[in-house]
Design a protein around this ligand. Structure first.
Ligand SMILES: C[S@@+](CC[C@H](N)C(=O)[O-])C[C@H]1O[C@@H](n2cnc3c(N)ncnc32)[C@H](O)[C@@H]1O
Length: 328
């Protein structure tokens, strides 16, 4: 970024390998705080973003908070009074414009046990809420699995919206106003990956009515063949997952291969089963070719990190509209 003045500031919570950061940096944003407690994800994050924005990593003390459990900052696991946790957050996290968080989705995902707010990972929203209350950013930008909408008879989403409303943000329960389900394949990526996105503006800004989710750039979807070439099948790729890799293709009695739901990372390429490479998975998620993983990470760790990540092109398209709305 050099000395160029940034257009806006943001923080990157539950940052994984930095999908939000990539997108918002491209739009002229400056990240002022990161948080991610997984050691391998941290390595990948730092490996790339240290070059993108070295200033983020020059203060050792502040950086040490980047890689801590978020609860050490928000204190949601203690009974401390409000003024203590607010002061703690205020001392560690600087002021910023946009809060970005693809918070842990296991409790809400269809493959999870559907415990939601009863599951400690489901309560990560409480950490977000405290940071919002302590710092009052202009905008909150969240990503999660689409199942969060129907989870617990819609009660989970209602709780989230109520909490944001109580914290001073414009929210409405109906789809399309400040939350939407968007598919990565509708934004130029060859993978379905339907995800829930929420954008909430602080009420006093009176901006919520001007915001619109972006229209699809590729409404009919993008196939693997369009991106990787004619030897690939003309289908939209499956959503990259965190676990259960390399499920074998099976054969029909006539000897032809067949693919089922489990084969999310294997495709018939040139008529042979082909397991996605890390480079292919990166392309499917919208990561640029110069996004390099640290050499010591295994194939499984890299694929897990990509499976956990946001679809960068979708984040960028939404963020563009957020910034237009803030500055409009
Ligand atoms: C769904 S992933 C988000 C990935 C990220 N948005 C990206 O683009 O790569 C959720 C992340 O939250 C992190 N996480 C979960 N609990 C945490 C905690 N208590 N403190 C800090 N990070 C946490 C996980 O390690 C995981 O990387």
């Amino acid at each position: 970024m050099g000395a160029k003045k940034s257009k806006f500031t943001f923080i990157d919570l539950f940052a994984g390998i930095g999908g939000f950061h990539l997108a918002l940096h491209r739009l002229g944003g400056k990240c002022v705080f990161v948080n991610e407690f997984n050691k391998c994800a941290k390595e990948t994050y730092k490996n790339y973003f240290k070059k993108v924005d070295p200033t983020l990593f020059i203060d050792d003390e502040r950086e040490s908070f980047f890689w801590k459990d978020i609860k050490q900052i928000t204190r949601t696991d203690t009974n401390e009074p409000k003024y203590i946790w607010k002061r703690n957050i205020g001392e560690i996290i600087p002021n910023f414009d946009i809060l970005c968080a693809g918070f842990p989705c296991q409790p809400f995902s269809q493959v999870g046990k559907q415990k939601g707010f009863d599951d400690v990972r489901g309560t990560m929203f409480n950490d977000i809420e405290r940071i919002v209350r302590a710092r009052k950013p202009k905008v909150i930008f969240l990503e999660n699995v689409r199942n969060i909408v129907s989870h617990n008879d819609n009660k989970t989403l209602v709780v989230i919206l109520d909490k944001l409303d109580g914290a001073g943000y414009d929210v409405r329960p109906e789809r399309g106003f400040n939350w939407e389900i968007l598919r990565a394949s509708a934004f130029g990526l060859p993978t379905h990956r339907p995800r829930f996105y929420l954008v909430a503006f602080r009420k006093d800004l009176r901006k919520a009515n001007s915001f619109r989710f972006p229209s699809s750039t590729t409404p009919r979807g993008v196939t693997l063949r369009q991106i990787f070439g004619k030897r690939w099948p003309a289908i939209i790729g499956s959503t990259i997952r965190v676990g259960g890799r390399k499920s074998p293709f099976r054969k029909n009695p006539d000897g032809s291969w067949f693919r089922d739901r489990r084969n999310w990372d294997t495709y018939l390429v040139n008529n042979k089963p082909h397991v996605l490479t890390v480079e292919e998975a990166k392309t499917m998620m919208g990561f640029p070719s110069n996004f390099i993983f640290p050499g010591n990470l295994s194939y499984s760790q890299k694929m897990k990190q990509l499976g956990n990540s946001v679809a960068v092109s979708v984040i960028e398209a939404i963020a563009k509209n957020i910034i237009k709305t803030i500055h409009g």
